[in-house]
Design a protein around this ligand. Structure first.
Ligand code: GDP
Length: 489
């Protein structure tokens, strides 16, 4: 691999930072846990439920140090990085519990520090500092851009947009593109229009009807603090990969902006945030992808593979000669498992395992332990058997959010509704192979409500009772055991 000077400077900076983090860690053992996932995967809800459970004595039987009583206390402390917004835990928890509504989702990076006082298995008193870093998964999918020229990226983005599922969504952007001459003089209005149409196309792909995952550049959909800046005003052009952009041309302008996107946005994110993580959980809304059909699932698979590639960044590079990439555990978690009957939880896990399997084989040299779980950070449903004619269907009961659902039903936000969520096929492979396998999932039983249109309200927490203030969940404790259990031995 070839390196330019920027790479070397960048990697020297990363190393200096790693050294600082390392020496701090000697006196004050610290674990930086990254929480990521594409928009609406469930990051905000996951972090809120995790902190709430840890600080308020949640029910976590599989999280051994907690269940065995070795964790004496968990408390929030001011975070170390002054330039990163604080994760707004108090507001989110208030929304979830007092209002029984969902908190506002992640749109930028944020951070929160949790200090855990615990007793080691040998009896010694210790403290572990857990820094939780929440960031949009869209940004992670940008890392592969560091190795691509503008021309390569243009070619790949165009090829992707010509796939069967995406082509109809790209028509307005393609029409505009065919009116452009890449070698004509640079024109700000053309660049603006092109970037706007390209972003509209990306947004449409992300729409729940299509649920595409692989949509770089990530800041086009998740600009954070960069909305409207010139570093985001570019789009692919139809240009030869080995061609030369004439001076002053539209092509040269787009290429320069693409380059600044990498310099101003992608590299600093990698250096200041990603490269400092020790553990990573990647949340995946696999159910949304199932609902949209095989092409969304393939797209998800490609995105997961792209994400795993990021954990290899640094291998075989100058950086690696000085420091190992730090992430040593990665958990892929399918969220919102409470939308399924428990008989399908293992199957949901199996589908996600299948989706990451190929990527895992390729990424074996990440040196990280990888696991997969299906979870619900906040469980909004109970289970019930509903009889339809002669069939008894394993169903779920929950309170849909007030309003009209996409299929025309009206909910008052107070009444519980029973719905048969469909079943995930026993063999995950079938989902990747044919359209029919999907029918069983979304309302396959005719008159039963199609679960994809139901969003349930967070549960009511009863004021009395043993676990009065704790939130119900599914397998959140298993996730914690994998992510931090070994550091609390
Ligand atoms: P983010 O964009 O990754 O931060 O996503 P959020 O955490 O804001 O979650 C997006 C939406 O997914 C929420 O508003 C909820 O409707 C839903 N959601 C997230 N987690 C859960 C969960 O554990 N159970 C259920 N039923 N819905 C969830």
């Amino acid at each position: 691999m070839a390196f330019d000077f920027t790479d070397i400077v960048e990697e020297a900076r990363i190393s200096a930072r790693a050294l600082m983090d390392f020496s701090e860690g000697l006196f004050n053992p610290t674990l930086r846990l990254g929480v990521t996932g594409l928009s609406r995967a469930g990051k905000t809800v996951f972090i809120t439920a995790l902190i709430h459970g840890l600080t308020r004595g949640g029910r976590f039987p599989v999280f051994e140090p907690f269940a065995s009583g070795r964790i004496a206390r968990c408390r929030l402390e001011p975070q170390p990085d002054d330039a990163v917004p604080r994760f707004d835990y108090e507001r989110h928890v208030q929304t979830l519990i007092a209002d029984r509504a969902w908190p506002s989702s992640t749109v930028d990076i944020s951070e929160l520090r949790l200090v855990i006082d615990y007793q080691r298995q040998n009896g010694a008193e210790r403290t572990l500092t857990l820094d939780i870093v929440d960031y949009p998964g869209e940004w992670l999918l940008d890392l592969p851009l560091l190795n691509k020229t503008y021309e390569q990226w243009s070619r790949e983005s165009l090829a992707l947009s010509r796939g069967a599922a995406r082509l109809p969504l790209a028509s307005a952007w393609h029409a505009h593109l065919s009116s452009l001459n890449a070698e004509a003089p640079a024109d700000e209005q053309a660049a603006l229009a092109s970037a706007r149409l390209f972003t509209d196309y990306l947004r449409d792909c992300r729409d729940e009807r299509f649920s595409m995952s692989l949509l770089p550049p990530g800041r086009f959909l998740m600009p954070g603090s960069l909305a409207g800046s010139p570093a985001l005003t570019f789009a692919p052009l139809e240009v030869a990969e080995d061609g030369n952009a004439p001076d002053g041309s539209l092509w040269a302008m787009m290429r320069r902006r693409y380059q600044s996107y990498k310099d101003v946005v992608v590299r600093p994110f990698f250096r200041d945030h990603f490269a400092r993580l020790d553990r990573q959980i990647v949340l995946v809304d696999a159910l949304a992808a199932f609902n949209s059909g095989p092409s969304a699932l393939f797209d998800l698979e490609a995105a997961l593979s792209g994400i795993l590639d990021c954990f290899r960044v640094g291998r075989g590079t100058f950086l690696n000669a000085l420091f190992r990439p730090r992430i040593d555990r990665i958990l892929f978690a399918a969220t919102k498992a409470d939308h399924l009957h428990h008989s399908s939880h293992d199957r949901l896990e199996a589908v996600l395992r299948r989706a990451v399997a190929r990527a895992v084989t390729r990424a074996e040299d990440t040196g990280a332990a990888i696991d997969v779980v299906a979870l619900a950070a906040v469980r909004t449903t109970r289970e019930a058997q509903v009889t339809r004619g002669r069939d008894t269907l394993p169903s779920i009961l929950g309170t849909p959010i007030a309003g009209e659902s996409a299929n025309g039903e009206f909910f008052d936000g107070k009444t519980e509704v029973a719905t048969f969520p469909g079943e995930i096929p026993e063999d995950p492979q079938t989902l990747f192979e044919n359209e029919d396998a999907f029918r069983g999932l979304a309302g396959g039983h005719g008159e039963v409500t199609d679960f994809r249109f139901l969003r349930f309200r967070p549960p009511r927490l009863s004021a009395e009772g043993e676990n009065s203030a704790t939130m119900p969940h599914i397998r959140l404790d298993r996730a914690m055991q994998f992510l931090i259990g070994d550091r609390l031995q």
